[in-house]
Design a protein around this ligand. Structure first.
Ligand SMILES: Nc1nc2c(c(=O)[nH]1)N[C@H]1C(S)=C(S)[C@@H](COP(=O)(O)OP(=O)(O)OC[C@H]3O[C@@H](n4cnc5c(=O)[nH]c(N)nc54)[C@H](O)[C@@H]3O)O[C@H]1N2
Ligand SMILES: Nc1nc2c(c(=O)[nH]1)N[C@H]1C(S)=C(S)[C@@H](COP(=O)(O)OP(=O)(O)OC[C@H]3O[C@@H](n4cnc5c(=O)[nH]c(N)nc54)[C@H](O)[C@@H]3O)O[C@H]1N2
Ligand code: SF4
Ligand SMILES: [Mo]
Length: 723
């Protein structure tokens, strides 16, 4: 590898430092490996992080396109940008909220900051959000509720010191491999242990000492059962609760009895006892999408924080540690003006709004005073609200949003600008497509899940018609809001952002590109050029949370049931998750299999039960009611391993290839999220506190077909309304 460039992996929020090789001539990168000098990973890296960075699948965008006479046609940047400027200014003239913007945790801080500045300070729209709301918003809301500030208190340094590791609704063996290695190393040390809470027996669960398998969507009941037993057994850390928290009495009064809550979760009391036992040792509670992506995601994340607070599992070697997903999802939280102003300043606080407006040189009335309805709500505001134009940057909502067919219909209705590095499900619907630089081509910074800022550096020149996100955003900004971007170079934009965070909880003002060159990565809060953050809220042995009382707050959420329970017509629960070799909507990892059916993992008992029921129903299996139920031979259709079947929810119907797998519990169907078809089935219900969708449970029916063609046909003809 000649002259390797130190950079940060942009595939997940572990935030490993990589060294990227330059090609001798032309564009592209030549080899990627872990950076031994990087303080986060010390040379470690995972194979997918490397493969997908150096050799992504996907069809690159190389030129701007505009839609003419119904077709996307190649064009010049001048034509594309002037079309955008005309349409955006028309939309803004009618209603500031008529222009919607969607950003991403896959942009650099510099691009995310600039996009937020333009959306909120330049356009003044409420309808701005990012794909990070599909991901981390419930954790963010729960942290703010509990601590008066976002982001996990612990850091990676605490992993080594923990004795109990509880991984709840996350599969880091697949999603965060390098972190998972540290967790396993710590959990196999002496008396240490790894407990995994997941309905599915995942790779992470298989590696654990105990697998707790609740019924899908009952985590809040389980967490409350554990807390109720902590109290009954006298395991509360009274001194910590007394000194550093509020609201324990109110929570206690709301707690269910442990037996009934455990029964709701489908978990034995012995399992609850084992969790109580384990929490007596220094414990890190990690969680992921199995918790956040729920209509009660905020309450469930809050209940995990409550468990840590009540058992005194706060402080080095312990605490609530949400596993951030996308590489720069944390950066989006700190700098993008999505749910809080830069530096995590409160959105609703008029004084903070004035500070930001002054710094940006815009009238304070232009800045919205609420952060808007989230990506699902923004999409619904096309048609049902004022949204006339939508600009999607580094996100693929046509595949990533729940109830994706309905979302696609709406996206078709609006003037849609898509800024991406690859052709996606969303570029297909776009009116203007802008080819952007991606991993290995951009300059800037990213923040990992433990608050560490690290440089992202290009190892390749840009292809001739490709431009960086920051360049595109500031160009559109300059045309529509002249003077908004006095600085357009990444380093100057970083400095502008960092200065705005001075004195805030997420103080990055002591971080500069020069410092990052020296140290590779620095954790915030870093108020001076020498300081860097560690465990939060715990200074010199005293607790100081960012709430008005200075104490952490318990929450009171109780389990309310899943939003779409199973019933006779839709008797199974669909859940969705990640695979090792797939990435989100699969744009960089779909290996030409778009035409094949999505693989659905199903327990063999489920298959047997469905076939048995169909047979004993005598007259017909459910599919026979459709047109393609019976083979021409007249044989009764049945669901079978490695055969195609039809998976239907109230939103839609797709062909799937059935894989029989005992890791998936009976009554559940598991689909990977990496294919566009998956979200045709999912439910657009969101957590009212965080706006995060309930991606992890909805009711579905699995029905046999006779062959793949029949399944396609059946999927298309199946009535999708609630019939
Ligand atoms: N290989 C790979 N790595 C990735 C990504 C990727 O796409 N591929 N994406 C990145 C991103 S953006 C993110 S957000 C992270 C996500 O990382 P994770 O949160 O680990 O991802 P998921 O697989 O979506 O969900 C985690 C687990 O939740 C479980 N689950 C489902 N329903 C329930 C439930 O009701 N209760 C409980 N307790 N668990 C449940 C699923 O079975 C699954 O194992 O991964 C990041 N890393
Ligand atoms: N059913 C179900 N749905 C889910 C989830 C689930 O668990 N289940 N998980 C949700 C989660 S956690 C997430 S994070 C979302 C992700 O949802 P999306 O944002 O819709 O999906 P991604 O595939 O991450 O899309 C990111 C896009 O950014 C582009 N890109 C990458 N780098 C750059 C860059 O530097 N510049 C530009 N302009 N473009 C770039 C990629 O090519 C890709 O098209 O999906 C959500 N959807
Ligand atoms: S663990 Fe995450 S950040 Fe590290 S190399 Fe793998 S994908 Fe990249
Ligand atoms: Mo995510």
């Amino acid at each position: 590898m000649n002259d390797p460039v130190p950079t940060t992996c942009m595939r997940c929020a572990v935030g490993c430092g990589h060294l990227t090789g330059r090609v001798d001539s032309g564009y592209g990168i030549d080899g990627v490996r872990g950076d031994v000098a990087h303080p986060t990973n010390r040379g470690l890296a995972c194979s997918r992080g490397i493969d997908e960075t150096q050799n992504p699948d996907g069809e690159w965008l190389t030129r701007p396109h505009v839609r003419q006479e119904g077709e996307l046609r190649r064009t010049t940047w001048d034509v594309a940008l002037s079309r955008i400027v005309d349409e955006f200014s028309d939309a803004l003239d009618r209603n500031r909220d008529g222009l919607a913007v969607l950003g991403s945790g896959q942009q650099t801080n510099e691009a995310a900051y600039a996009l937020g500045k333009l959306a909120r300070g330049g356009f003044g729209t409420r309808h701005y959000d990012a794909n990070t709301t599909l991901c981390m918003a419930s954790a963010v809301t729960a942290y703010n509720d509990a601590f008066g500030s976002d982001a996990p208190p612990p850091t990676y340094d605490d992993v080594e010191d923990a004795t109990t590791h509880v991984v709840w609704g996350a599969n880091p063996a697949v999603a965060h491999p390098v972190l998972f290695r540290w967790i396993v190393e710590s959990a196999t040390d002496g008396e240490s242990r790894l407990i995994v809470v997941d309905p599915v027996e995942t790779k992470t669960a298989k590696a654990g000492d105990r697998h707790v398998a609740p019924e899908p969507g009952t985590d809040l009941a389980l967490a409350r059962a554990v807390l109720a037993r902590v109290i009954e057994r006298g395991e509360v850390d009274e001194a910590f609760v007394e000194e550093a928290t509020t609201g324990f009495g109110a929570l206690r009064a709301e707690l269910p009895d442990p037996e009934s809550a455990a029964a709701t979760a489908g978990v034995s009391l012995a399992t609850v006892e084992a969790l109580v036992d384990a929490l007596r040792d220094p414990t890190l509670v990690y969680w992921g999408m199995g918790v956040n992506q729920s209509a009660q995601g905020t309450d469930t994340a809050g209940a995990l924080i409550d468990l840590c607070l009540a058992t005194g599992n706060m402080g080095p070697g312990s605490g609530p540690f949400s596993l951030t997903g996308q590489a720069n999802s944390m950066g989006t939280r700190v700098c993008s003006s999505k749910g809080s102003w830069p530096g995590m300043r409160s959105f609703e606080d008029p004084a903070e709004r004035r500070t930001i407006a002054e710094a940006w040189g815009v009238p304070v009335e232009r800045l919205p005073d609420d952060p808007g309805p989230g990506p699902v709500g923004i999409c619904e505001a096309i048609g049902d609200g004022p949204v006339e134009a939508l600009w999607a940057v580094a996100t693929n909502p046509a595949a990533g949003l729940p109830d994706a067919s309905a979302a696609r219909e709406r996206l078709r209705e609006t003037f849609l600008v898509v800024q991406d590095a690859f052709h996606t499900d969303t570029t297909e619907l776009a009116d203007v497509v802008l080819p952007a630089a991606t991993w290995g081509e951009s300059d800037g910074t990213a923040m990992n899940m433990e608050r560490r800022i690290s440089r992202v550096r290009p190892a390749s020149d840009l292809a001739p018609a490709v431009r960086t996100d920051l360049d595109i955003i500031t160009s559109i900004g300059e045309a529509l809001v002249p003077g908004l971007f006095p600085a357009t170079e990444p380093e100057a934009v970083f400095d502008e952002f960092a200065a705005l965070t001075a004195g805030t909880d997420a103080d990055c003002s002591g971080v500069s590109y020069d410092r990052l060159r020296e140290e590779r990565a620095v954790r915030w809060p870093a108020p001076s050029a020498k300081s860097a953050g560690g465990y939060r809220y715990h200074d010199d042995g005293d607790w100081s949370f960012r709430t008005p009382s200075g104490r952490a707050r318990f929450s009171t959420g109780t389990h309310a049931g899943v939003p779409e329970p199973t019933d006779e017509s839709y008797p199974l629960t669909l859940t969705t998750g990640r695979e090792s070799d797939g990435y989100n909507t699969g744009i960089r990892s779909r290996d030409g299999d778009a035409a094949s059916a999505v693989v659905a993992r199903v327990n063999p008992d489920t298959v047997e039960r469905l076939n048995g029921e169909a047979e004993s129903a005598g007259e017909a299996s459910p599919a026979d009611e459709g047109e393609a139920g019976e083979a021409e031979t007249g044989e009764k259709a049945a669901i079978a391993a490695d055969e195609t079947a039809c998976l239907t929810s109230r939103r839609g119907s797709i062909p799937v290839r059935v894989t029989v797998d005992t890791a998936v519990p009976a009554g559940t169907v598991w689909l990977p999220i990496h294919r566009g078809a998956t979200n045709e089935l999912t439910l657009p219900v969101t957590d009212p506190r965080s706006d995060e969708p309930n991606y992890k449970q909805c009711a579905v029916a699995l029905e046999p077909t006779t062959d793949g063609v029949a399944a396609e046909e059946q999927a298309r003809t199946k009535p999708t309304a609630d019939d």
